[in-house]
Design a protein around this ligand. Sequence first.
Ligand code: SF4
Length: 345
Amino acid sequence: MERVGVFICHCGSNIGAVVDCARVAEAVKDYPGVAYSTDYKYMCSEPGQEMIQNAIKEHNLNRVVVASCSPRMHEKTFRACVEKVGMNPYMFEMANIREHCSWVHAGKNEEATEKAIDLVKMAVSKVCKNEVLQKGHAPVTKRALVVGGGIAGIQCALDIANNGYQVDILERTPSIGGKMSQIDKTFPTIDCSACILTPKMVEASSHPNIKLITFAELEKVDGYVGNFEVTIRSKARSVDMSKCTELIIISRCYYGSVSPFVKMVEDRAISYIHPDFVIRKGEMHHKRRYKNTITLSSHFYGENITDIEKETARELLEANADNYDGVVKGIYFYKSVEELEGIVL
Ligand code: SF4
C-alpha cells in the first residue's frame, strides 16, 4: 500500500511569489496514494529535511515527493535525507516547479499554480510505481560510437579518442567532412572552412583510437548505457559484374561550378567511380527499379554543366567502364528523375 508524503517548497519567493504553494499542498492532499501533504519555505535546509524525516516516521510514509527545484540541484540531497531514516532512496521523486514552472511562468500565478498541481500529481503517480532498487556495479564497455562524420562528429570523436578511448565514427557518405567541406568560409570569423576542417579530418583518419566506418548507416540500437549493441548496414561498394547481362552507365550531371570543392571531387572522380559512387543494380535512391541497368549516381547535379565538363565526365566513365565485364550500352547525363525515366524506360 502506497503512503506518499508530498512536500511543496517555496524556495523563498523563487517559487512562492508565483505558485500558491499552500494551495498545491491542499490540492494533492486527497490524490490517490498521498498520505501526507505540506509546504515549507526552504525544503533543502536542515529544518526542511528534518521535517521530511519526521513526517516519514510519524505518518509511516513509504514514498516521498518533493516539489521544488531541478533534480540536478537537490535530488541527491533528498535521496540521502530519506535514506537516513531507512527509506530506499529510489522511492523518492522530485517535481520541478521552479525551473519548469514559476521561473518560466512569472506573472501568470493562476496558471502556474494549476501547472504545479499537475506536476506534483504526475510525480506522485510515478513514485507509486517505483520499486525498491539496490545500487550495483555493471561492466561498461569503454568505447564510443559517434554517428555522423561532420565537423561536430569529428571533434567529438577526437575529444574522446584523445582521452584514451576507442571511437568509431559512422558516416553515411563515402567521406567524413560533412557540410563544412562544401562551404567556403565560416561565420563569424570568416575563416577558411577547409583550413579548419581538413587538419581535423586528417587527424581523425590517422588517429590510433579512431576507426572510420564510411558509406554505412545505423540500422538498430539495442542495450543500455555502457552496453549498447548497434547494427550497422554497410552500403555496397562494388557490383558483381558477372551477374549483369548488359550495362548502361548513367551519371548524374556534374556541377558547372568551378568551386575548389567541386573541382577537387571531380579530379578525384576517376578513382572514386567504382568504390565511392553509389552503384546499384536496377535500383535508384528512390527505390524505383530499372531492369538491366546499373546506375552511377553522385552528389553532382545541376543546371550549368558545360560541354567540356560533359566530355570529361564521359571520358572518366568510359575509361572505367572498360574494366567491367559487360557491354556499355550508353552513357547518359540527366538532371532529374523524370528525365532519367525518359532515357531508361
Ligand atoms: S529545495 Fe530547491 S527550491 Fe527548495 S529552497 Fe532548496 S534550492 Fe530552493
